[in-house]
Design a protein around this ligand. Structure first.
Ligand code: NAP
Ligand code: GLV
Length: 316
């Protein structure tokens, strides 16, 4: 938007074109002094104060001398190379209710499927085996959620009505009603030892990379299962296959994989006790994410703190 021939400020959007077009019209209505430019039409790079991206096109950021805020188009920011981002640029991740709702649905669906042996019955159906398994009451099923942020808390809220024995693990101490909370590296050992179904909703950082590995699996009760919807970099895939093949783990549900899309010849596709979904646990809603970014732009322009600011030293 030009007023008196001058661009007041511009947001440069580099991700899916369809969402870009919708955001452009939402932002034009909400913030008429902000011009949205859709990649590759950058115009004068000096106009760009805000950048919205899923990943960072190499070399882009150094051409934007007046950049103030980088908006991640996801809840996570590990897909952005933060070392490219100058210190004065604020990095903001996406927090919006549809994302948490989607994750709550996915986790409830997968935990119930594991709890009620859905995949075991699907195997038996293929063998025409009419063979009931013992039914475990929810109060005796210990479900542990690693990561007690926006996603983890939404998942726990969805699981609570079923009566599972719930626990959670975070970096700093947390207190959640009805949830046994553990924290820090020492807490992980105790958390793992009492978890029958582990749901991974951690962000990917140097501390959490390959956390789903032999050491953690070995601490879990024999026959435990995992659901991973954090990031593929959390998983040590050969360690998972070894734990499944030895019977230490019974089943794994993976929404995120070390390489995405998962290559067609990857053994994770065909392992009989692995279920793969293609990074769909919680999709970004175009309208909800547009509203969340507009609300943050308004806060920033009013000199107020934005919601979802990433702490770079923590990496999330
Ligand atoms: P968040 O609000 O930042 O919460 C992160 C949680 O992880 C916090 O509880 C944090 O502990 C904990 N944590 C971080 N590092 C840790 C460590 N080293 N040890 C123990 N706990 C640690 O993040 P979120 O919005 O819930 O999102 C989590 C992740 O979900 C995202 O980063 C993304 O990778 C993934 N995600 C996936 C999908 C999908 O479709 N599959 C969709 C959305 C998000 P504190 O509470 O102490 O800070
Ligand atoms: C999806 O994985 C996200 O980080 O929002």
């Amino acid at each position: 938007m030009r007023l008196r021939g001058r661009v007041l400020m511009a947001l440069y959007y580099t991700a899916a074109p369809e969402r870009g077009r919708i955001w452009k019209s939402m932002i034009a209505n909400a913030l008429p002094d902000l011009e949205v430019r859709l990649a590759p039409e950058i115009g004068d790079p000096a106009d760009i104060r805000f950048l919205a991206a899923w990943t960072l096109p190499p070399g882009l950021i150094e051409t934007l001398p007046n950049l103030e805020v980088l908006f991640s188009l996801g809840a996570g920011v590990d897909q952005l190379d933060l070392s490219q981002v100058p210190d004065h640029v604020t990095i903001v991740r996406l927090i919006e209710p549809n994302l948490a709702d989607g994750m709550a649905e996915y986790v409830a669906m997968m935990v119930l499927a594991l709890h009620r042996d859905l995949y075991a019955y699907a195997d038996r159906q293929r063998q025409r085996l009419w063979q009931p398994l013992p039914q475990v009451p929810a109060r005796d099923r210990r479900v542990g959620v690693a990561g007690l942020g926006e996603m983890g808390r939404a998942a726990l809220a969805a699981l609570r009505p079923f009566g599972f024995a719930l626990s959670g693990w975070s970096r700093s101490p947390r207190d959640l009603p009805g949830v046994t909370c553990f924290h820090g590296p020492d807490g992980l050992r105790d958390f793992a030892a009492q978890t029958d179904i582990l749901v991974n909703l951690l962000p990917l950082t140097p501390e959490t990379r390959r956390i789903l590995g032999a050491e953690l699996f070995g601490r879990m009760p024999r026959d435990a299962a995992i659901v991973s919807a954090g990031r593929g970099g959390h998983l040590d895939a050969p360690a998972l296959v070894a734990a499944l093949d030895s019977g230490q783990l019974s089943r794994a549900i993976l929404d995120v994989t070390p390489v995405e899309p998962l290559p067609t010849d990857d053994p994770l596709w065909t392992h009989p006790r692995i279920v793969v979904t293609p990074h769909v646990a919680a999709a970004t809603d175009i309208d909800g994410s547009g509203k969340a970014v507009i609300a943050n732009l308004r806060r920033h322009l009013a000199g107020e703190p934005m919601v979802g600011i990433v702490e770079r030293d923590r990496g999330y």
